[in-house]
Design a protein around this ligand. Structure first.
Ligand code: BES
Ligand code: ZN
Length: 614
């Protein structure tokens, strides 16, 4: 343990040569963190934890290296659902600490009084059932059904629930870890793997400074299989084969991403396929993207998710939103970048198709959202970051960049983006920083082009600006024609669908008439077997229609889906649809009572409101 701390400054020094301004003071406090990093700032974490699946706790210690800008100030950390056992200083002596008043979402500040010589403090602690980042899975929730599984989800502000630290994306740290796990289980983290110590602990180090929400861990009966020299999949043994073939294009994606926006700066790029309880589609944990198994469609039709998480290696992990108000800088840039990678690897037709589908989704979302939530630079004062989570920062953000590309030309815009990433590498940035960079490095250089866009409207006003570039896709026009024929009485078997890809089917299902009968759904199901679809995106839309139109033949499939899948993006619309009627509400509550213990806190946080009215 100790040698890591000695090593750490050297490692940080090495990383800093290419990242001169990392850890620059944030200009503005983060409203979602209790920390005061302008006074005392955490710069490095040394973590040692033991995972106990029986008690479902992680216990051990976090040693934090401190940059004491104000020598008289205490250090203030974020915690949520942690039991703090002791705090010691550099000399090993006890330090006075206090857990302040708590908040259900933000947790409790941990204030530690420092002695003059303290450039490191050591906190002994353990997690509790309220440690919302952690999800402990029973063997039955895994593919193998034999061993338990654990994973963490840090974004946005859950890292504080398994590690006491300054949980703000503006406070970048390097980290090292030693993790003890039961025999038979393997531990992976969002870091370089250093193998196992003599005592069996798994050892990790990440030299590049990252925001705390990117610290991640998974533990289970997992194995790895190489895709290329620097890229592999991790999965439970029964999943490895299908994951390996689904994601075989990942190396090609990395190469096209590098060609577009500069070198991949993290060494390896691995994927881990988690059990279906994982609450997100994907999470861009550095060196090790976390992925839901619901993208394993068998035909690579949902791999844009990998392009997306990979793109975060630039937009998000290299250049990070400084606060959650600036979330669109992470996600909007990433969607734009994802679509460029998809175009490069799979061609323009596929990326146009995906863009159009996303655009239609955005229009629906903006129509239903409150105006504040449709602004790119979010007003999150008094709100949990999760309240700002929607498709809007993603798609509206990407459209803004696409509009800039359209005006200034691809070559100029690519060069601009590349310098944005290069010059802000390993920094956390605000929307204002981007606006300045944009004004100076793009707009001011061609005023006659700059006059074509109202940047302020795009970033600070609600709704979708009129100049948003609407994607077009011939493949979608073909689907519209078949929907019209079906409406006019053509039978499902006679529709020209044989060459359709997933996104065309999705568009088809999303454009069926509002007043469809259960009988017509049955006829479609007989021909196309939607209820048995192994494509989770298609299945989810179909199940939603089934609830809406009283198609009871899909009931059992719906229940099975809700009992196994924990991905919030799917659960949310399904439960929402169920609670539209009284009978549906009763059904939703009955299913939820059984399923809830299988969901991650991220999902129950949203679903409790929908199903239980909490
Ligand atoms: N970083 C996000 C997931 C996230 C966002 C977690 C905010 C917590 C708070 C990730 O990159 C993401 O956007 N995942 C999407 C998939 C993507 C293809 C749009 C998801 O999980 O659905
Ligand atoms: Zn993302």
């Amino acid at each position: 343990m100790k040698h890591f701390l000695l090593l750490a400054p050297l490692l940080i020094g090495a990383a800093c040569r290419s990242a001169p301004q990392s850890n620059a003071p944030s200009t503005r406090m983060d409203p979602h963190s209790y920390a005061e990093p302008d006074r005392v700032r955490v710069t490095h974490l040394d973590l040692e934890l033991t995972l106990d699946f029986e008690s479902q706790t992680a216990a051990g210690q976090a040693a934090l290296a401190l940059d004491r800008r104000d020598p008289d100030a205490p250090v203030i950390l974020d915690t949520l659902g942690l039991v703090i056992e002791s705090v010691t200083g550099q000399d090993g002596g006890a330090r006075t600490f206090e857990l302040g008043p708590g908040d259900e979402g933000f947790g409790q500040p941990l204030t530690v009084e420092l002695e003059p010589g303290d450039s490191v403090i050591r906190i002994r602690y353990r997690t509790t059932a309220n440690s919302a980042a952690l999800q402990w899975l029973a063997p039955e929730q895994t593919a193998g059904k034999e061993h338990p599984f654990l994973f963490t989800q840090g974004q946005a502000i859950l890292t504080r629930s398994w590690i006491p630290l300054q949980d703000s994306p503006g406070v970048r740290i390097s980290y090292a870890a030693r993790i003890h796990a039961p025999e038979a289980l393997t531990v992976v983290m969002s870091a370089e793997q250093l193998g196992r110590d003599g005592d069996g602990a798994f050892r990790f180090v990440l030299q590049q400074p990252i925001p705390p929400y990117l610290i991640a861990l998974a533990c289970g009966d997992i194995e790895t299989r190489a895709i290329s020299e620097r890229c592999a999949v991790w999965a439970e043994p029964s999943v490895t084969g299908s994951a390996h073939s689904e994601f075989a294009d990942t190396e090609a994606m990395i190469q096209s991403a590098e060609k577009l926006f500069g070198p991949y700066r993290w060494g390896r790029y691995d994927l881990i396929i988690l059990p279906p309880a994982f609450p997100y589609g994907g999470m861009e944990n550095p060196l090790l993207t976390f992925v839901t198994p619901t993208v394993l469609a068998g035909d690579r039709s949902l791999v844009s998710l990998v392009a997306h998480e990979l793109a975060h290696s630039w937009s998000g992990n290299l250049v990070t939103n400084a606060t959650w108000r600036d979330f669109w800088l992470n996600e909007g840039f990433t969607v734009y970048f994802e679509q460029r990678i998809m175009e490069e690897v799979y061609g323009k037709d596929r990326s146009d198709l995906e863009k159009l589908l996303a655009f239609e989704g955005l229009e629906r979302e903006i129509a239903a959202a409150e105006p504040w939530a449709t602004v790119l630079h979010l007003d999150l004062a008094g709100r949990h970051p999760d309240e700002g989570f929607s498709g809007i920062p993603y798609e509206k953000g990407a459209l803004f960049l696409r509009r800039l590309e359209e005006i200034f030309g691809r070559e100029t815009f690519d060069e601009f983006l590349r310098s944005w990433f290069d010059e802000h590498a390993f920094q956390s940035v605000t929307t204002a920083t981007f606006e300045e960079f944009l004004a100076e490095r793009l707009l001011a250089r061609a005023p006659e082009l700059a006059a074509k866009i109202d940047v302020h409207e795009w970033i600070h006003e609600p709704g979708l600006p009129a100049d948003a570039p609407r994607p077009t896709s011939g493949a979608i026009a073909a689907v519209d024609a078949e929907v019209a024929r079906w409406q006019a009485g053509t039978s499902p078997a006679e529709l020209a669908t044989s060459s359709w890809v997933t996104q065309q089917w999705l568009h088809f299902l999303e454009h069926l008439p509002e007043d469809m009968s259960a009988e017509r759904m049955a006829a479609l199901d007989t021909e196309f077997a939607f209820t048995e679809s192994s494509n989770s995106e298609i299945l989810c839309v179909w199940l939603e229609l089934g609830i809406r139109h009283g198609y009871t033949a899909s009931d059992a499939r719906l229940e099975r889906f809700l009992m196994t899948v924990g991905r919030r993006k799917f659960l949310q619309p399904l439960y929402k649809e169920l609670v539209q009627t009284e009978a549906g509400t009763a059904r939703a509550r009955a299913i939820y009572a059984r399923a809830r213990p299988r969901y991650h806190a991220v999902s129950t946080g949203t679903l409790d409101g929908i199903v239980l009215g909490k």
